[in-house]
Design a protein around this ligand. Structure first.
Ligand SMILES: C[S@@+](CC[C@H](N)C(=O)[O-])C[C@H]1O[C@@H](n2cnc3c(N)ncnc32)[C@H](O)[C@@H]1O
Length: 220
């Protein structure tokens, strides 16, 4: 962690950093192969944490790969869901292993803010395919929706090797997914709306898993 910063506190770099020589006058250029010579020359304007400044994209992915969580996310995308970008960005922030998109391959990447570049993504044609993936990788599927029979996320014990599955605006999690899941968890609500945004629900549920299973010593 950089001197002077605390957990998830970054030095102010609203538009990234400039060339190495400008940011570190008199300091020899780093020679590690994780560094990208072009970024060292031109500056690094990407949305990455300070620890990854001037690093090659592949080196960043490889570094996250060494400490990804046993948490997978799946989102059903049978219509057209503009929340997937938000889900991918949050999954990246929590070092989720893989985001599984079920149904349509096309999704609106704008909300991902380029984080999809560092996040493993897999497509599945249907719900059966993602269920088979979970079984083959020893992952327990937990559906997330506020449907009858669901258990409160606030008190549920989430499995460590876990695949959290979300539905889409409108239909919610399909009956097939709920039938294949070990349980369905709901987020407690207190107002008038029937449900919250799927991207927000995904953030809340991912963080519930983080609170139960992540080693906070490893957070930035
Ligand atoms: C906007 S909801 C739509 C479905 C919802 N069951 C309904 O009756 O309107 C889209 C998705 O967001 C997630 N979601 C929204 N609110 C939730 C809540 N209170 N608890 C759990 N998941 C929720 C679920 O994954 C859900 O499938």
């Amino acid at each position: 962690m950089a001197e002077g910063s605390g957990p998830t506190e970054w030095f102010p770099h609203p538009v990234g950093v400039g060339p190495w020589e400008v940011e570190n006058p008199g300091v020899p250029r780093p020679t590690g192969e994780e560094y990208d010579p072009d970024l060292l020359d031109d500056g690094d304007r990407r949305n990455v944490v300070d620890a990854y400044r001037w690093w090659r994209t592949e080196a960043i992915i490889a570094d996250i790969d060494t400490r990804r969580h046993a948490l997978h996310i799946a989102i059903e995308n049978f219509e057209n869901d503009s929340n997937i970008g938000t889900v991918v960005r949050t999954a990246n922030a929590f070092a989720v292993d893989t985001v599984h998109i079920v149904g349509r391959k096309r999704w609106n990447r704008r909300g991902a803010m380029v984080t999809d570049r560092y996040q493993h993504l897999e497509h599945h044609p249907d719900t059966g395919s993602v269920m088979a993936y979970a079984a083959a990788h020893d992952l327990t599927v937990v559906a997330v929706d506020n449907t009858p029979g669901s258990v409160p996320l606030e008190t549920a014990e989430l499995p460590e090797r876990c695949l959290l599955l979300f539905g889409q605006e409108g239909p919610g999690v399909t009956a097939e997914a709920q039938a294949g899941a070990s349980m369905t968890v709901s987020i407690a609500q207190f107002g008038s709306t029937r449900s919250i945004n799927a991207g927000v629900a995904a953030g809340i549920a991912m963080h519930a898993w983080i609170r139960q299973h992540a080693d906070l010593e490893n957070a930035w």
